[in-house]
Design a protein around this ligand. Structure first.
Ligand code: GRF
Length: 217
């Protein structure tokens, strides 16, 4: 890949990770720009944040489509129309069809608020608290057909404090997410991290694909 990559972002809600990508892309040396933000929900706050930044937005409501494939086909058509090279799922609450995953193979990133492969799926913060882990975090991975199971690009670790509840742990992990997603996108957009044979391989000059916030803030 060469030049500044065009990124399509999928959201369903608040959009704080989207904002972290927008802010990163605002830096002149960032290797990607946000070309289009698509939400499946018309009232997603992230749409407002994108519009404020002058970025094109679209609402594609999954409920208007007969099935997953038809919905995903509409997403791909909109991204292709916008010349998108890389798709970032930033709090997008729909599962994709195999056809979408294949279309964007090696070019679609998702962020999940756990240190995968632990705590896939819903309520990962509660899962972490229930398990009693002392280190939690966030993962950016390539999207594969299994939910939250694709090849890992970058991870960020944060402590779990004895006093934590879901809110305090979520906030600490979210702050890490906002550092991690731009780092991972940079690695992929420059070609420093690539999907090969089901694993991520890194160029010799790639930035380290991990972060940590120790000791506890
Ligand atoms: C984040 O925790 C993300 O990891 C998860 O959903 C949340 C979305 O938050 N997939 P936001 O919309 O980016 O603020």
């Amino acid at each position: 890949m060469s030049g500044r990559k065009r990124v399509g972002v999928l959201i369903s809600g608040r959009g704080s990770n989207l904002v972290s990508l927008i802010e990163a892309a605002g830096q002149p040396d960032f290797p990607a720009e946000i070309a289009l933000v698509i939400s499946n929900k018309a009232d997603a706050l992230g749409l407002v944040r994108a519009a404020e930044a002058g970025i094109a937005t679209a609402v594609i409501d999954h409920k208007a489509y007969k099935g997953r494939e038809a919905f995903d086909t509409a997403l791909t058509a909109a991204f292709k129309e916008a010349g998108v090279d890389i798709v970032c799922n930033a709090g997008f609450m729909r599962l994709h069809s195999a056809v979408f995953v294949r279309e964007w193979h090696g070019r679609q990133l998702n962020i999940h608020p756990s240190l995968l492969p632990a705590f896939r799926g819903l309520h990962p913060h509660a899962q972490a608290l229930e398990a009693g882990v002392r280190v939690a975090g966030a993962t950016v991975h390539f999207v594969s057909e299994d939910m939250d199971a694709g090849p890992i690009i970058a991870q960020g670790a944060v402590p779990v404090l004895p006093s934590d509840d879901e809110d305090t742990l979520s906030a600490r992990i979210l702050a890490m997410e906002h550092r991690l997603f731009p780092l991972a996108l940079r690695l992929v957009a420059t070609g420093a991290a690539q999907l090969e044979g089901g694993h991520v391989v890194y160029g010799a000059d790639a930035a380290p694909p991990f972060l940590a916030s120790f000791p506890a803030p």
